[in-house]
Design a protein around this ligand. Sequence first.
Ligand SMILES: *[C@@H]1O[C@H](CO)[C@@H](O)[C@H](O)[C@H]1NC(C)=O
Ligand SMILES: *[C@@H]1O[C@H](CO)[C@@H](O)[C@H](O)[C@H]1NC(C)=O
Ligand SMILES: *[C@@H]1O[C@H](CO)[C@@H](O)[C@H](O)[C@H]1NC(C)=O
Ligand SMILES: *[C@@H]1O[C@H](CO)[C@@H](O)[C@H](O)[C@H]1NC(C)=O
Ligand SMILES: *[C@@H]1O[C@H](CO)[C@@H](O)[C@H](O)[C@H]1NC(C)=O
Ligand SMILES: *[C@@H]1O[C@H](CO)[C@@H](O)[C@H](O)[C@H]1NC(C)=O
Ligand SMILES: *[C@@H]1O[C@H](CO)[C@@H](O)[C@H](O)[C@H]1NC(C)=O
Length: 855
Amino acid sequence: MDTTCTGTPLRTILLLLFQIWCFSFISMADVIYRPTDLFSVSCGSSTNFSTLDTRNWTTDIHFLSPTHLSVAAPSLTPSTIQGPYTHARLSHSPFTYSFPLTPGPKFIRLFFYSTSYQNFPRSQASFSVQAGPYTLLQHFNSSLNADADDDPSHPDILFREYCINLQDGENLNITFIPTTTDSYAFINGIEIVSMPPYLYYTDPGHSPEQPQYVATMTPYVVENKFALETMYRLKAGDHTIPSSEDTGMLRTWDTDSKYLDTQSEESIEFTGTTNLSFTKNIPNYTAPDQVFRSVRNMGRNASFNMRNNITWQLAVDSGFTYLLRLYFCELNPRIEEAGVLRFFIFIQDQLATDWADVFMWTNHWGVPVVREYVVIISESPKKVNLSLKMHPHPKSIIQDAQINAIEIFKISNYKGSLAGPNPDPPQTAVVSHQGSNKKNGATKKILAAVTGTVFGVLLLSFIVAFFFVKRKKNITVESTKEGTSPLRDGSPSLPTNLCRHFSISEIIAATNNFDELFIVGVGGFGNVYKGYIDDSTPVAIKRLKPGSQQGLDEFMNEIEMLSQLRHLHLVSLIGYCYESNEMILVYDFMDRGALRDHLYDTDNPLLSWKQRLQICIGAARGLHYLHTGANQMIIHRDVKSTNILLDEKWVAKVSDFGLSRIGPTSSSMTHVSTQVKGSVGYLDPEYYKRQRLTEKSDVYSYGVVLLEVLCGRQPLLRTVEKQQVSLVDWAKHRYQKGSLGEIVDPALKGQIAPHCLRKFGEVALSCLLEDGTQRPSMNDVVGVLEFVLQLQLQDSAHGDVVWESGVDYEGSTTDDMFSSHSNSSGLNCTSYRNKESDRLILDNVFSELKDPKGR
Ligand SMILES: *[C@@H]1O[C@H](CO)[C@@H](O)[C@H](O)[C@H]1NC(C)=O
Ligand SMILES: *[C@@H]1O[C@H](CO)[C@@H](O)[C@H](O)[C@H]1NC(C)=O
Ligand SMILES: *[C@@H]1O[C@H](CO)[C@@H](O)[C@H](O)[C@H]1NC(C)=O
Ligand SMILES: *[C@@H]1O[C@H](CO)[C@@H](O)[C@H](O)[C@H]1NC(C)=O
Ligand SMILES: *[C@@H]1O[C@H](CO)[C@@H](O)[C@H](O)[C@H]1NC(C)=O
Ligand SMILES: *[C@@H]1O[C@H](CO)[C@@H](O)[C@H](O)[C@H]1NC(C)=O
Ligand SMILES: *[C@@H]1O[C@H](CO)[C@@H](O)[C@H](O)[C@H]1NC(C)=O
């Protein structure tokens, strides 16, 4: 995203807020805490200006000494990068900023934009930063750090936040010292904000809940003489909280999801009427309300939760002591007393507590509570991952775990230093592409692996790929003259404010001029290339065949639809290029390509049954979100196994919104009349016949995908005997005969528990019912599939009998299938013969489903 939504010259926003939809967060929240000292200094800027994040930047000249040894320079920032990054102060000799401050703890924030400035090449920046007695950075090679920082949302931006406690009211001097005479020091922005006295420091007089050493469970005091560096400030859920919505200290709260190790967790927003009750220990400025209203759970069923930990992996420098602040608040009305939800907390695989019970701690709903732990990360040559794990207590009534937010601070060492080593330099270049002179994807991957940074960045790095049948094709590259026909800004219908705009030269650089070696997919619409943007972020670049009106419509449609949607199970559109007669869409790259390419006609290893179930659940969740989660119902209209893509962790993402459209917009409308579009083999016959589109047409197509997944074959196979040509007809036929088992993909032999097979068949065929109104909603489908997965996992755990080819099971007819959940018709398999127990499990499954709007 960028910030063009305001249209003012000062349209700008702190880049840390990139993940956020700009339209949702530009207001200043009620400020609870008013800092006594507040300096936001744009270094090198000669004017004062303010930015959308409500920061008022002033020039640096009043604070600087000596003034004659450093220079001010503008930076050639992309239009998306503004705020303090547009100017810099640079020097080959040391320079100092001196701030008149009141005593007490302060945040110091440093903003760097690593690029080449006039006469100051990017790679020659290396310097130390001293603030009062503390060393914040030492021999800091900014280009190396920027290259190692894996966050594609703000390439080359480095942001550091520290806390220091000023004992008396003298000036605070912040000095920038170049490492050698050849290198230089620079800074783009400095911010100093005071904070309440004992927010992070321990109050020696009164602190009932002191931080605890994890290993020894002994108390630890965060003394005023320590300096802290914020390593992470994360809240549950997929939305960040920008500095303008903090309680007055301009802290940014990032999302935790990209550091989660597993994909099973869910986050819930409690927007209900329960008011938060702050306490003396946790006053109202501690964190914004939103932090306490978004909670992360394991979110699955009890047996899954009992077999897993919910885990965050957070890369930190070794050889330091770290303070973890964990935020909790109970707002779940189901939890009414202590003991209902009790869990373990492990930090670095050491038990921090075996009795985390938020209700017990607070005795009431809506009372925020913070628990602090201290852990020493011993010296090692590399960065290490600090792990935070939680696990349900076996005696807990609800077997789950929960948390609202996590902060991690590095504590200064005995030398008063917070400085970590520089990351390793990039290694050999593997993929070369135009315009890359400083980093590349392959080395970034190595670095990322080294730092252990978790890749599944939820909002930013959903990775998309289009591996259709891969074949070579001659590409004629049109000579593109930059700036000749930039239709882009002239086209009023393009939502430039919703996603990034790429110039054709950027696309050419990213694809090495549409080099056919970069092609990863070919479709009716054109080619898909794998390319790198911002020098290292892998992306899928879809180049639509130019010229056709249909192509243009679908292009516009996809941008409009996708740029408004964000969901774990939908692909992310990064941006587009509409220039020089080119229509190009840029998505995050998906490593594993399309679902179909893991089911049949492929050299890839075939997916296991469990993987298939998980992928089906993911895709169903994505569709459910489309149907109900966005402002308006969106009907995909082209659900098929090649439009379900898989990321490196096998997370399913629904893609290709070229045909999607808004569904009925009012409750009195039941359908949309439209020209029939879709893919052969997946098309809802009812829609086809009556040309009336409802979301149930997607349900039908999804049902076809379920059969493909189960049977490992195409929806239409012309080469087989007539009865079997249509997978849907064939499966319906076998199902009625009670022998669906016979057509199950032989690769799944021995993997499917019989009652799972039946339930799965039931839900697949219910999706395929002729009458759309009889088909389940995607929400129902998610529920049933989760139930199937649960049965399967229980079975695998118990080593029960599993399905063998040819083994029969009782069939039920399609007529009474899925008539309602509470009835669960026809379910009388061995482990769940009792309908009542089945119902309980189903209810449980449904009650655990999250509110789609909460994400
Ligand atoms: C925050 O708490 C303080 C002290 O309890 C109170 O005076 C103030 O009104 C509260 N502010 C808000 C915005 O609730
Ligand atoms: C910036 O200045 C405006 C206008 O004076 C003021 O309303 C706003 O609160 C200031 N922002 C901050 C972060 O102090
Ligand atoms: C910028 O703001 C500072 C602090 O508010 C003020 O002292 C200075 O005069 C302003 N400079 C300009 C050029 O407006
Ligand atoms: C910073 O690191 C880069 C990459 O290793 C290196 O080329 C450059 O010389 C370093 N800069 C300084 C000033 O040491
Ligand atoms: C801070 O810097 C100013 C100007 O360089 C200097 O006069 C002052 O002594 C310094 N203060 C400290 C505490 O170092
Ligand atoms: C919550 O606070 C609001 C505003 O202070 C008040 O009107 C409302 O009654 C409170 N709700 C509850 C449940 O206490
Ligand atoms: C959860 O993590 C702890 C600490 O590493 C470990 O002892 C435990 O075995 C893990 N449990 C599961 C189910 O993975």
